[in-house]
Design a protein around this ligand. Sequence first.
Ligand code: H2U
Ligand code: ZN
Length: 357
Amino acid sequence: MAGRLGSDVPHRRLNLLTGEWVLVSPHRSQRPWQGQIEGRPPDERPAYDPGCYLCPGNARAGGVRNPAYRETYVFDNDFPALRPDAGGEGEVVGGLLRAEPEAGICRVVCFSPRHDLSLPELERSAIRRVVEVWTEEYAALGSRDFINYVQIFENKGQMMGCSNPHPHGQIWAQRSIPVEPAKEGERQLAHYRAHGRTLLEDYLRVELEAGDRVVCENDGFVALVPFWAVWPFETLVVSRRRVASLLELSDAERDQLADILKRLTTRYDNLFKVSFPYSAGIHQAPTDGRPHPEWHFHMHFYPPLLRSATVRKFMVGYELLCNPQRDLTPEAGAARLREVSEVHYRTERAAAGAEGC
Ligand code: H2U
Ligand code: ZN
């Protein structure tokens, strides 16, 4: 990193969005790159799986049958973590133990009827359709009077506990503002009050000037490894323009969001030539009916992989008890992600195969 902290000095970095610290120990990763690209066969799945509860026309738990959808399909989660009818009073036990009812709605979003594709392999136009569905859902759920926050996310890969490879994400919408967005909201509000600009607007300016953590960019968005990243290949997708939510994206920006998502997730897959697991999600303004000029739309990607298709980072020991720690610097993570191609390895393999015959 630039500045007085050399690239091999243990140091800690502040996460501007949460106010939390991460310990960076670069001297432990000075050793040469040990990642092995494992010659694993590409993940072969059928385009349609008769046993998949997300594929078009198939039955889900409870007997509901999915329509023969051709683009995206959204439905109420059959096993929701939150329910709209949770009411009643909160309680405090012994003057200390506090519990409150929490109402909400959980939805499942199928990105594509194709069982065998994930975001990087979908056409830009199909990803753009996903962006539109997210926008519609954020608007519809957010307009319900008891919904004050809408979390759109994707858990991808078995490593992340995802139960089904069919490309899909989830939406949990609820009455209270959950912990992470609440922290980010406070920090963004303090910055906006002090400077009249959003925190991420100012942060993005610093990152574009430094350049060494930027992975890829287009006219609307920048994908970068944040200065305070915790996961080896964690990224943040930030809109160049100060927009509080999906609702404010222009037509061109929706295309640009689809473009940056395709390019970033392709780089992820190409890194270890594997369908890259991650949890990703959108952070945007609460839907509590108040204006939120301090909120700056962004998307977090938290991938667990460290060194190969199978070697992951664990958040254990010191990290559970103190704060996160990393060896590979965010700058080195970004450099690795910049090195790989934006043509998906499965496309390249298919092209090479076609040439061969
Ligand atoms: P994962 O993204 O964590 O794999 O979850 C898929 C969701 O699909 C999960 O929240 C829901 C589960 O509750 N689901 C249904 O709504 N209907 C089904 O028939 C099976 C799974
Ligand atoms: Zn499927």
